[in-house]
Design a binder for this molecule. Structure first.
Ligand SMILES: [Zn+2]
Length: 322
């Protein structure tokens, strides 16, 4: 068992301990306000809420984030989870590939019921890619490994984080969760071929030392698109050290380059809090023939989204220099 860390602040006791270490927030200077305005202007109206979330009012995922309707969002991709944290299942002729596995205590309440509702067999999950080593992403993976023989892959740095969690002190510690067996490591730039899908991992350290982004093809009514998940987006900047924030900023810039090269036009996130998932699922549910898929946003808008992440990270770096 490992003492699990979550992406944000989930436990009241631990949250209190974490918050006690944060200096009281100071009001933004005119320079910082202007940096936020620049970010807002560059992003355009589509990302108004994302700018507000990341630059002004971020919040962690929470245990009571409403459960989403498990949904087939592309011909070959399914979303299961809740409005704060989502796992994705990619269907291929070789079986199912799952990206993230929610929390250990969400296997029975969200993950398995999701598979059932979607008519997917969880025993077909051959591989689980964990985007980063926090328990709200890997928590459910040991169950799949034990019951279905799924192989669990995490970056080497985040295996280390999971297997040797730092002592409590900075950031909250969650409840103990079962640690998956160390099946394999995800390496940045080394594509993972699985069935008819090739997932390209891109290291995006910052939120954790071994956070990964994933780029992979999806099909929408037969039309080819390219999706990306920046798998280690911060939700509460207070949990990152000054160095980690700078590392993160560089990761966002690298991910911009890689996703531009790959022609990414589909935005998926494992925490879709800054770009709420439920309205998209609602639109998909009532989608008529010929209407666009709400997850397909276009290459230009995808880069603007990453621009918000970049701009608001710069804002948080500037705040620390006050
Ligand atoms: Zn996390």
């Amino acid at each position: 068992m490992a003492v699990a860390r979550m992406c944000g602040v989930l436990l009241i006791g631990a949250a209190g301990a974490a918050l006690a270490q944060q200096p009281p927030a100071r009001p933004d200077t005119p320079e910082i306000k202007s940096l936020i305005e620049q970010t807002r202007k560059a992003a355009g109206p589509t990302w108004e809420y994302a700018v507000h979330f990341w630059c002004e009012e971020p919040r962690p995922n929470r245990a009571d984030d409403p459960i989403i309707e498990p949904t087939r969002i592309f011909d070959n991709v399914y979303a299961i989870g809740n409005s704060g944290t989502t796992a994705y299942v990619i269907r291929t002729p070789a079986g199912l590939l799952m990206i993230d596995a929610l929390s250990a205590n969400q296997v029975d309440s969200q993950l398995l019921p999701g598979f059932q509702k979607l008519g997917l067999d969880p025993a077909q999950v051959k591989m689980i890619l964990v985007a980063h080593g926090h328990a709200d992403h890997y928590g459910g993976s040991a169950y799949f490994q034990e019951h279905f023989g799924s192989k669990v892959y995490v970056s080497a740095a985040d295996w280390n984080l999971m297997e040797n969690p730092p002592q409590r002190g900075r950031g909250p510690a969650g409840p103990p969760v079962p640690l998956p067996r160390h099946d394999g490591e995800i390496k940045s730039g080394e594509p993972i071929a699985f069935g008819d899908v090739r997932v390209m991992p891109v290291a995006v350290p910052g939120h954790t030392p071994g956070s990964m982004g994933f780029i992979f093809p999806v099909r929408d009514n037969g039309a080819a698109h390219v999706a990306a998940i920046f798998g280690g987006a911060w939700l509460t900047p207070g949990l990152l050290s000054d160095d980690a924030l700078v590392t993160y900023l560089n990761s966002v810039r690298r991910f911009k380059d890689e996703t531009t090269k790959a022609g990414v036009d589909v935005l998926l996130q494992n925490h879709m809090l800054m770009d709420p998932i439920q309205p998209k699922l609602d639109r998909l549910a009532s989608r008529k023939r010929g209407e666009p898929n709400p997850f397909v946003i276009g290459a230009d808008q995808y880069q603007k989204f990453l621009g918000v992440m970049e701009g608001c990270t710069e804002v948080n770096i500037a705040r620390r220099k006050l």
